[in-house]
Design a protein around this ligand. Structure first.
Ligand SMILES: NC(=O)c1ccc[n+]([C@@H]2O[C@H](COP(=O)([O-])OP(=O)(O)OC[C@H]3O[C@@H](n4cnc5c(N)ncnc54)[C@H](OP(=O)(O)O)[C@@H]3O)[C@@H](O)[C@H]2O)c1
Length: 279
């Protein structure tokens, strides 16, 4: 496919690098600042442009701006179509949360709209484009465009699945719970390990196994450890250690004991311990 990238940030450039590697042509890189467009375009052998210029023809527009800029960028792009820029067959954005309707101004020019959300973290394009290989991509699409977008995702080595437009906020909250909230507990672990001079890397294989179990048999079935076993004395000893070595993390630790006890159906056993340490 011939692709136009609008918004050469972390996600946009990651997808564009992966697309180029897969044999697609990145025709134009569009940014609001000419230097940002030039930087992105150089690495992709593409033409650099800005939003107020006409665009060369392409098959797919990827609007990779931040979520809050998608609607206004779509309106600007619709103006370009109104002035004679050739319509692409399809235009997508990359947000897991925003409705595809943010791209609706493009529909009146015959463009099919959708979103392709990589369930992956892309801190920069060099790392990001490699991580897209094997990642799952949530696709929301106008009727008639899912197959094309799924084929595009597969060409990048990604794994497509359908996500309905109205389901996106719920789906995005799930992704945040898994990807972002897990890091809260990693910070707790880091502070405790720092206190006893153990590097955080030792947790790698354990965390990988926990994640593998959770996606394979489900997180509830994957529960292990003293709370799941109902071992109150062990958890009480852990709480004392946290209070001594990472007191700033005590609230998070105790609230997680409470959540876990409820999920494991052991709240009756842990209620007193939790109350004792909840101010
Ligand atoms: N990064 C990830 O790991 C990740 C993962 C999944 C999905 N996504 C999605 O990908 C999209 C982009 O996220 P990102 O992390 O790549 O953000 P980013 O690194 O901040 O890049 C955003 C790009 O959009 C441009 N932009 C912002 N406002 C604009 C405007 N009003 N007009 C034109 N261009 C504008 C920025 O240009 P300037 O440099 O001029 O600001 C930049 O090139 C979001 O929808 C996000 O939800 C990201």
């Amino acid at each position: 496919m011939r692709i136009t990238l609008i918004g050469p940030g972390r996600a946009g450039l990651s997808i564009a690098y992966a697309a180029k590697k897969a044999g697609h042509e990145i025709v134009t890189v569009v940014a609001r600042r000419p230097d940002a467009a030039r930087n992105g375009a150089r690495k992709l052998d593409a033409v650099a442009s800005v939003l107020d210029r006409q665009l060369a023809p392409s098959d797919l527009w990827i609007v990779a701006t931040r979520d809050d800029a998608i609607a206004s960028v779509a309106e600007t792009l619709a103006e370009r179509l109104g002035e004679g820029t050739d319509s692409p067959k399809t235009a997508i954005h990359l947000s897991g949360l925003s409705s595809i309707e943010t791209l609706a101004p493009l529909r009146e020019f015959g463009v099919l709209i959708g979103s392709v959300h990589p369930l992956q973290t892309m801190p920069n394009p060099e790392v990001g484009h490699v991580r897209l290989h094997g990642a799952w991509f949530g696709i929301t699409a106008d009727p008639g465009s899912y197959d094309n977008l799924a084929a595009f995702v597969q060409s990048l080595g990604g794994r497509p699945f359908v996500i309905a437009d109205e389901a996106k906020p719920t789906y995005h909250a799930a992704a945040a719970a898994a990807a972002n909230f897990t890091l809260v507990n990693m910070v707790v672990a880091q502070d405790l390990l720092d206190a006893v001079d153990v590097p955080i890397k030792v947790l790698g294989p354990l965390m990988e196994a926990i994640v593998a179990n959770a996606v394979e048999i489900g997180p509830r079935a994957a529960l292990t450890g003293p709370v799941a076993r109902g071992d109150v004395d062990t958890v009480a000893a852990q709480i004392l250690a946290v209070a001594e070595h990472a007191p700033a993390m005590l609230g998070i630790f105790v609230s997680n004991v409470a959540s876990l006890a409820r999920i494991a159906g052991r709240w009756d056993q842990f209620a007193d311990l939790v109350d004792e340490h909840t101010s």
